[in-house]
Structures are given as structure tokens and as C-alpha cells.
Design a protein around this ligand. Structure first.
Ligand code: HEC
Length: 178
């Protein structure tokens, strides 16, 4: 027994044994609580992530046509309505994102067409609902926007005439980009 005593542990009394057992229990319970916390506290989804604005911002077209430093050469670089619709407007108007009137959907376009081209142009320039100002195409001229509106409106039962080159402020606002 003398041999055994030399190697005996520091636990000498019943009380020490109980203390050690209780302490180790407490430590492992804490550990379990922390692990459970870690597993159940999943990062919560941002509640603002599904608002029409946020969705529209995420799916807006990646590429934008930027003119060179010289700016558009007096009307030369004007895109057709169809081009602009394909590259910019379709991003929202094809699928009807955030209640955008869908391409070719006569019922959806009827109220806007009824309000008339000047009102539609105003709405596009100022932005409306989830549509950002200038429909997000900051570099687009008024003429380009007008043509794009006409293109979409006419696809959806409208009968608008394309203007020659009148409402074109493109050359006058070369520094509109940020
Ligand atoms: C970021 C998405 C988005 C893009 C890009 C976009 N639109 Fe829209 N557009 C909308 C939404 C949303 C509405 C509906 C706004 C409302 O009524 O609240 C809308 C409405 C309109 C209307 C109807 C306005 C009215 O008077 O009710 C016109 C016209 C229009 N867009 C033209 C365009 C043109 C032209 C382009 C491309 C140059 C374009 N949009 C690009 C989202 C977009």
C-alpha cells in the first residue's frame, strides 16, 4: 500500500472527489450549450433582401455601354430603341420584375400608353417604382430612351411614331456620368 500511496492522485477525500466530478460535469454542460448555440444560431437572412428594389438592383444588367471620353459625336452613337431595350430595359421588362410592364403585354402597357409618350419619358427619366432614374442607363440620351419606350410600347399594342432626332440632349450633357 505504501507503494500505491506514492502514486496516488491529489484527490484524497470524498469531498474532493465530488467537487471534481461536479466541476467536470459543469464544464461539459457548458461545452454542449456552446456547441448547440453554434449550430442553432444560423446567420439570419437579410429581411430587406427580397424587396423589389433589392431584387431589381441585383439583377440589373451587368454591362453598360459607356461612350469614350470624347462623348457621343453629335447623334452618331445613338442606339436604336431595340438595342437599348435589349441591353438595358429587357433586364426588368422581359420578366416583369417588380411589376415592370412585361414586353408585349398589352394589358400591362395600356395604362402607360394611355398616359402618353411625354409622361412615359418623364417616368423613365425621373425613375418610377423600382425603375431607377433613366432606367439605370445614365449614359442614355433622351432620344435613346424615347426610342426604347416607343419600341416597347409598340410591341404591346401601342402606335407611337419615332421622333427624328428632336429631344436629344446627349451632346449637351457629356459629363452626366459620375
Ligand atoms: C431595374 C428594372 C428596370 C429597368 C432596367 C427598366 N425598367 Fe422600366 N419599369 C420598371 C418598373 C418596376 C416599372 C413599373 C413602375 C411602376 O409603375 O411602379 C417600369 C415602368 C416603365 C414604364 C411605364 C412608366 C409609366 O408611365 O407607368 C416605361 C415607359 C418604362 N418602364 C420604360 C423603360 C425603358 C425605356 C427602359 C430601358 C431604357 C426601362 N424601362 C428599364 C423597371 C425597370
Amino acid at each position: 500500500m505504501a507503494e500505491h500511496d506514492k502514486h496516488s492522485s491529489f484527490i484524497k477525500t470524498r469531498q474532493q472527489l465530488i467537487t471534481v466530478v461536479v466541476l467536470s460535469l459543469v464544464v461539459s454542460i457548458f461545452g454542449i450549450i456552446m456547441i448547440v448555440n453554434l449550430v442553432t444560431n444560423k446567420p439570419k437572412a437579410d429581411p430587406g433582401a427580397m424587396t423589389p428594389e433589392a431584387v431589381a438592383a441585383r439583377i440589373q444588367p451587368v454591362g453598360r455601354l459607356e461612350f469614350g471620353a470624347a462623348g457621343p459625336a453629335a447623334g452618331a452613337a445613338q442606339r436604336s430603341g431595340e438595342e437599348l431595350v435589349k441591353t438595358v430595359c429587357a433586364g426588368c421588362h422581359t420578366a416583369g420584375v417588380a411589376n415592370a410592364p412585361k414586353l408585349g403585354d398589352q394589358a400591362a402597357w395600356a395604362p402607360a400608353i394611355k398616359r402618353g409618350l411625354p409622361e412615359m419619358l418623364k417616368a423613365v427619366i425621373a425613375g418610377k417604382g423600382a425603375m431607377p432614374p433613366r432606367a439605370g442607363a445614365a449614359e442614355a440620351t433622351d432620344l435613346e430612351l424615347t426610342r426604347a419606350i416607343i419600341h416597347m410600347a409598340n410591341q404591346a399594342g401601342g402606335n407611337l411614331k419615332e421622333p427624328a432626332a428632336a429631344p436629344d440632349r446627349g451632346a449637351a450633357k457629356p459629363a452626366a456620368k459620375k
